[in-house]
Design a protein around this ligand. Structure first.
Ligand code: FAD
Length: 295
């Protein structure tokens, strides 16, 4: 298997799927069913999130380990610096390596509770994601991804400083980035152009989640950091009484968005699956992407 860095620089499109650690036994059944169903699509990698405040630390490690040992998939572990000393971070990085996981998405994370609450650095911990990138890289031969924000991070005072900090994070050694979700291709291309104008060519994978119900639109600002596009919301509300029509529109819109991104040079698509394979498989099917997927 090529590394994610090698894959993204090869020009071949990357398709990846994101999961979160389940909280219940039934959730675990659903997760593994989805992983198995999506495995058949032979994605470039699958990623597993790290709960807020480091709350799913052990489950995240368990899932990525099982993905590494029991499936044909390449796992990427999300990993945050919240509530960990540098010593603990090193230990966890070693644990990832010991279970065969050398791909890590390095994040600062949010404070437990209110994500916009005061960020208090662990006494022996790290302040920003760029330091975590450096730490992981100093621990061995890891492929490291970072987060990107098309509408800027909510804590950034303006888009220019957000872009500068992002580029700084890439220069600390990041191999690629994945964006927060968004619903309009132009928002992704603006981010890409801002980053490239600062001389940074780290590949940025668009993070995409299909809208399958109206509640996603209501939560959109919280999820993406920007209001849901008004014209698109209108189209969804026009069929709002019919959940199946909402779902169909969501899948079609998502496939069009992905196609536009790929046609205009995005290096691939990172699907946020919410641990269910159905919508992702439908979008993927519409994309006709099979031929482009890596072995
Ligand atoms: P940073 O890059 O450190 O940025 C945080 C803020 O600080 C920004 O405003 C930035 O501009 C600023 N900044 C950065 N460096 C400096 C500096 N040197 N000096 C001054 N200011 C600086 N959270 C989880 O808890 N678990 C997950 O699994 C998870 N997965 C995610 C996956 C993706 C694709 C994305 C986009 C986000 C994910 N998050 C996750 C959320 C993420 O942890 C939060 O958005 C967090 O608030 C920011 O993390 P970051 O790595 O971007 O932080």
């Amino acid at each position: 298997r090529p590394s994610i860095k090698a894959l993204l620089s090869s020009g071949e499109k990357s398709y990846s799927f994101e999961f979160f650690p389940p909280k219940t036994p039934q959730g675990a059944v659903n997760l593994w069913r989805s992983i198995r169903e999506l495995e058949a699509l032979r994605p470039s990698f699958v990623s597993v999130t790290y709960g807020a405040g480091g709350s799913t630390r052990d489950t995240t490690v368990d899932i990525v380990e099982r993905v590494a040992t029991d499936t044909t998939l390449m796992p990427v572990a999300h990993f945050t610096a919240v509530n960990h000393s540098v010593g603990e971070l090193r230990q966890l990085i070693g644990r990832f390596a010991s279970v065969g996981v050398t791909n890590i998405l390095a994040l600062r994370g949010d404070p437990p509770g209110d994500p916009m609450g005061e960020w208090i650095k662990h006494e022996q911990g790290l302040e920003y994601a760029d330091e975590l990138v450096g730490l992981i890289k100093s621990c061995g031969d890891f492929n490291v991804g970072v987060a990107a924000f098309p509408y800027k991070h909510p804590r950034s005072p303006d888009i220019e400083s957000d872009t500068r900090r992002f580029v700084q994070k890439c220069r600390a050694g990041a191999d690629y980035a994945i964006t927060q979700m968004f619903f309009r291709a132009e928002d992704y291309f603006r981010l890409r152009d801002r980053v490239s104008a600062l001389g940074c060519d780290v590949p940025i994978l668009p993070g995409i989640m299909p809208v399958t119900r109206l509640s996603t639109i209501e939560r959109s600002e919280q999820l993406s950091g920007a209001p849901f596009p008004a014209d698109l919301a209108e189209r969804f509300h026009a069929v709002g009484d019919d959940p199946e029509a909402v779902r169909r529109l969501g899948i079609e819109h998502c496939a069009e968005l992905c196609q536009e991104l790929l046609d205009q040079g995005a290096p691939g698509i990172h699907f946020i699956t919410m641990n269910s394979s159905t919508a992702t498989r439908e979008v993927y099917g519409l994309l006709g992407a099979k031929a482009a997927v890596t072995a």
